[in-house]
Design a protein around this ligand. Structure first.
Ligand SMILES: CC(C)(COP(=O)(O)OP(=O)(O)OC[C@H]1O[C@@H](n2cnc3c(N)ncnc32)[C@H](O)[C@@H]1OP(=O)(O)O)[C@@H](O)C(=O)NCCC(=O)NCCS
Length: 182
């Protein structure tokens, strides 16, 4: 399939299953253990800032998406691009760049004085993409982690909580268990 068969369209409700499925496939929550991908992550963005949420469609399927929002923590005038993904089948053809440009344009038009995003240290694809799209490295935050001792109450409670039925939480718990084993 050529990229001329890919359409960039505003994201809307019928896209949600495809967006959720693609995110589940490509986002590695074990790399960013403080964040979680779920249907509500997508829905919140769509609700708050639909013009900053775009989908690339190929053959009726979601080939990529970007979810942006206006405001970041206490900064009401900062745009934030939190989620961006392209199906591996369609990667390396400029789709992420186009999606990102579209979302940034919407955020600037909505009054953002800047747009920020965070990139995990080993995600070279995303870092390259951001630099290509005019983002500069700014603050670097290192997540220092001190684990609770194996016999502590917190550790026992974590094991109990690990039986969550919420799929997003279950994935986070699985990532936490994996990092404990590694
Ligand atoms: C990061 C990601 C969105 C890039 O999607 P993509 O459609 O392949 O990116 P593009 O084709 O638009 O490429 C944009 C730029 O990044 C570069 N790039 C893309 N993948 C790269 C890789 N694996 N290594 C180095 N550079 C890469 C491209 O060469 C291009 O730069 P150029 O114009 O100088 O050639 C995609 O790899 C992905 O979905 N990854 C998993 C999810 C993720 O990490 N999302 C971002 C954090 S939420």
């Amino acid at each position: 399939m050529s990229e001329s068969d890919v359409d960039l369209v505003p994201m809307w409700l019928p896209h949600l299953p495809g967006v959720l499925e693609l995110g589940n496939r490509v986002f590695d929550v074990s790399e960013m253990p403080y964040t979680s991908w779920s249907l509500s992550s997508a829905a919140v963005h769509l609700d708050a800032q639909p013009d900053a949420c775009w989908v690339a469609e190929a053959g009726g399927r979601v080939a990529g998406f970007v979810l942006g929002s206006l405001s970041y923590d206490e900064r009401a005038d900062w745009g934030y691009v939190e989620w961006l993904a392209v199906d591996p089948e369609h990667q390396g053809r400029g789709l992420a760049k186009t999606l990102l440009e579209e979302s940034c344009a919407a955020l600037f038009a909505a009054g953002a004085t800047r747009v920020i995003t965070d990139v995990e240290q080993t995600n070279t694809a995303s870092a390259h993409l951001m630099r290509r799209c005019g983002f500069n490295d700014s603050v670097t935050v290192t997540l220092f982690v001190r684990h609770a001792p194996a016999d502590s109450g917190a550790s026992r409670q974590a094991r109990v909580r690990a039986h969550s039925t919420d799929p997003a939480k279950a994935r986070l718990h699985a990532a936490a268990r994996k990092s404990e084993r590694d």
